[in-house]
Ligand binder design. Structure first.
Ligand code: ZN
Length: 160
């Protein structure tokens, strides 16, 4: 396989199946249903990869118009501004100042702190300037480290 001209999108599309109007990734998925693969040593969301190859790196989240999170058909993907996406999202009520799970305010750093539970312990993940970024950090950590993966992550190397 792999000619040097193969795009990420072509390689993603080579592992999909047509389901109705959607082009659905047949490889690994995160718990929440997004298609993912190990791409050049990094876990990547495939809908974002396909989107950025067509339109450039999205500033906000990429949303599925069709509602199928493992769909990678470019016509079904659109970029949401951060604000739009926040209103779409259900904010979980937790006992911390942020309203997001795993996110709390650090007086010392004057930033939002992200923590996860790993092996029964609290683990520090990082700091973020906004709650929203902190929440994304938390969510990404969960998706990458705690996924219920339906198949093993596929090893896919980025084209040179
Ligand atoms: Zn679709």
């Amino acid at each position: 396989m792999s000619t040097e001209t193969t795009s990420y999108t072509d390689r993603v599309l080579s592992r999909t199946e047509q389901v109705g109007e959607c082009v659905v990734w047949t490889g690994a998925r995160t718990k929440s249903g997004y298609g993912v693969a190990n791409w050049g040593g990094q876990y990547r969301y495939l809908h974002r990869l396909v989107f950025s190859e067509a339109h450039g790196e999205p500033a906000g989240d990429v949303d599925h118009i069709c509602g199928n999170r493992s769909c990678v058909r470019i016509e079904h993907l659109r970029e949401l501004s951060r604000q739009q996406n926040t209103t779409h999202r259900t904010v979980m009520s937790h006992n911390n100042r942020s309203g997001y799970p795993g996110v709390g305010w650090s007086e010392q750093k004057q930033r939002w702190r992200v923590r996860v539970k790993a092996d029964g312990r609290e683990k520090h993940v990082g700091f973020a300037n906004t709650k929203r970024e902190a929440y994304e950090m938390w969510r990404d950590w969960q998706e990458l480290n705690n996924p219920v993966v339906h198949e093993p992550f596929l090893r896919m190397d980025a084209p040179a």
